[in-house]
Design a protein around this ligand. Structure first.
Ligand code: FAD
Length: 498
């Protein structure tokens, strides 16, 4: 860096987004950079966000965080899968992390399974997913599976207390030099020349200047929305849920290593077991369900006694037209919102932080850099959006909300994906897609969308050989899982808080 004055990065907001960004920036940028974070205790954070996907492990590892210490600090449990209950009439299925079955050279496992189904010799898909068998057996293991080398590793994520995670990262970031200011941002000044943000003004006459500003102010979008005037692309015609109520309940008796998402007449309800309590919430479309009805339904659906009153949260599904405008980059809820059906929001913060580090501008950001960032951010959220829409669109429920979901045309890319699967059993993962073909497979099959065809190579082995192979894979999974410790014992050994 040519100049000796530090490059000043100012993070507005100290929720999960703000502190994840602060921790990663201070870890990777080092000398020549000054990282400041402003947060308001009076405004507080959104206070939800408990289920994650496996990539969070890489984020923590990149910061050098010890996993057991993280699990203890955030009162976390392990997560192997999401169980979807009632998304098709009366049915349930799992979306498990990791592989399903075993590919045979070029031939993806799903084709062998489809042939097995056509021959009447295959078990339901979930029997071939190690994570699924472990999740339903309430078992957990970390690292490569030991006894059977042909089995894949078991990827896992966490259920965590997001407030405690932010606190944990705050300690990490402050210890390494991030400067925190407590106070409300009252005003934002912009340069006359280029319209970039020059400074944040706090309530007590403090002025914080910067070269680059990260907007982590949550739904307030104080910088990207209010100051920079960047618009919002509304996706609620595809994903019409616009409210949530969240309530903790007592520690789960059934301490499962998976999240549960149960569909109801106008949305769905989550259940997330943590070490010290269970996180619950209902997501619903206010056009179809009143707040009182939603609260009653949420409380009636709890497995354990509630530990408080349901807390309301309003949202609008969509994304910022540009995540990066001028010298402001939006992360977390200020950059957009997708309901937590596949636990993607914290991950999107992580991938935005990675993108910022890769594309970090000089003191003036060239337009092509911003454009490239914005294209990547838009692509990521649109692909996740399509995956969520699939859960809603492919339903056979009776209520008006669900009929409307079925009848609303889906985005073009999703329609193509469904058509390809139906005709050929093929699923293509494109560049920048978060979810793998195996993730799509489990949801397509789980939601009852059947494939008419499969790859011709899957027709080569005789029927008996296919049957034997499928039977062996299912038995190996069951045998492997039988040797794993129960989830609660595993937590006790790896990160219990007390
Ligand atoms: P917030 O937590 O709202 O933080 C905003 C920060 O900005 C706060 O520190 C606040 O004080 C500060 N601030 C705002 N205005 C000002 C101001 N004027 N001056 C100073 N400071 C200010 N994600 C998942 O990955 N998994 C889940 O299971 C999940 N569940 C969710 C359920 C619901 C109902 C919702 C709404 C979200 C869920 N999320 C989930 C998303 C997750 O909660 C958020 O992505 C995550 O918490 C990041 O929030 P944030 O930091 O952007 O905003």
């Amino acid at each position: 860096m040519a100049t000796t004055t530090p490059y000043r990065i100012v993070i507005a907001g100290g929720g999960t987004a703000g502190w994840m960004a602060a921790a990663a920036l201070i870890r990777f940028l080092g000398q020549g950079f000054a990282v400041t974070l402003v947060e308001s205790d009076a405004i507080g954070t959104v206070g939800v966000g408990e289920a994650t996907i496996p990539q969070i492990g890489m984020f923590n590892a990149s910061l050098g965080i010890d996993e057991d210490a993280f699990v203890a600090a955030t009162r976390a449990s392990y997560k192997l899968a999401i169980e979807f209950v009632g998304w098709t009439r009366g049915g349930r299925y799992m979306h498990a992390f990791g592989d399903v079955g075993r590919d045979n050279g070029l031939l993806a496992f799903r084709h062998t399974w489809l042939r097995g189904m056509a021959e009447g010799v295959a078990a339901p898909l979930c029997a071939y997913a190690l994570n699924n068998v472990a999740a339903l057996g309430n078992r957990m293991q970390r690292g490569p599976t030991r006894t059977v080398r042909v089995l894949p590793e078991m990827p896992y994520a966490f259920h965590l207390d997001a407030g405690l995670y932010a606190r944990f990262l705050r300690d990490y970031a402050e210890a390494r030099g991030v400067v925190r200011h407590e106070g409300r941002i009252e005003a934002v000044t912009r340069n006359g020349a280029d319209g970039d943000v020059a400074a944040l003004h706090l309530d007590s006459d403090r002025r914080i200047e910067g070269d680059l500003f990260l907007d982590c102010t949550g739904f307030h979008a104080r910088l990207i929305g209010e100051a920079m005037g960047v618009g919002y692309q509304d996706w609620s015609h595809w994903l019409p849920c616009d409210r949530a109520l969240a309530v903790p309940s007592a520690r789960a008796r059934d301490f499962t290593p998976y999240t549960r998402a149960t569909a109801h007449d106008a949305g769905w309800q989550w259940r997330i077991p943590l070490q010290h309590r269970t996180g619950n919430g209902i997501v619903y479309a206010s056009r179809y369900l009143s707040d009182d009805e939603a609260a009653a339904r949420l409380l009636a659906g709890l497995d354990e006694p509630a530990l408080g009153d349901p807390r309301p949260i309003r949202f609008r599904t969509g994304r910022r037209e540009q995540a990066w405008a001028g010298n402001v980059i939006a992360l977390g809820l200020s950059s957009g919102f997708l309901e937590p059906l596949e636990s993607t929001s914290i991950h999107m913060i992580q991938s935005a932080v990675e993108r910022i580090l890769k594309l970090l501008p000089g003191r003036r950001a060239p337009a092509p850099l911003r454009d490239s960032y914005n294209r990547q951010a838009a692509h990521e959220s649109e692909r996740i959006r399509d995956f969520l829409i699939l859960h809603y669109w492919a339903n056979d429920r009776d209520a008006p909300f669900w009929r409307e979901r079925r009848e609303t045309p889906v985005p073009h890319g999703l329609a193509e994906k469904i058509a390809l699967w139906r005709e050929t059993g093929e699923i293509l993962r494109e560049d920048g897609d978060l979810f793998s073909d195996v993730a799509w497979l489990q949801v397509l099959v789980g939601q009852g969308i059947t494939a008419r065809g499969h790859h011709p190579l899957a027709d080569q082995p005789p029927r008996a050989q296919i049957a034997e192979y499928l039977d062996l894979l299912a038995k190996l999974n069951a045998r492997e899982v039988a040797q794993m410790p129960p989830h609660s014992d595993f937590v006790r050994a790896h990160g219990a808080a007390d």
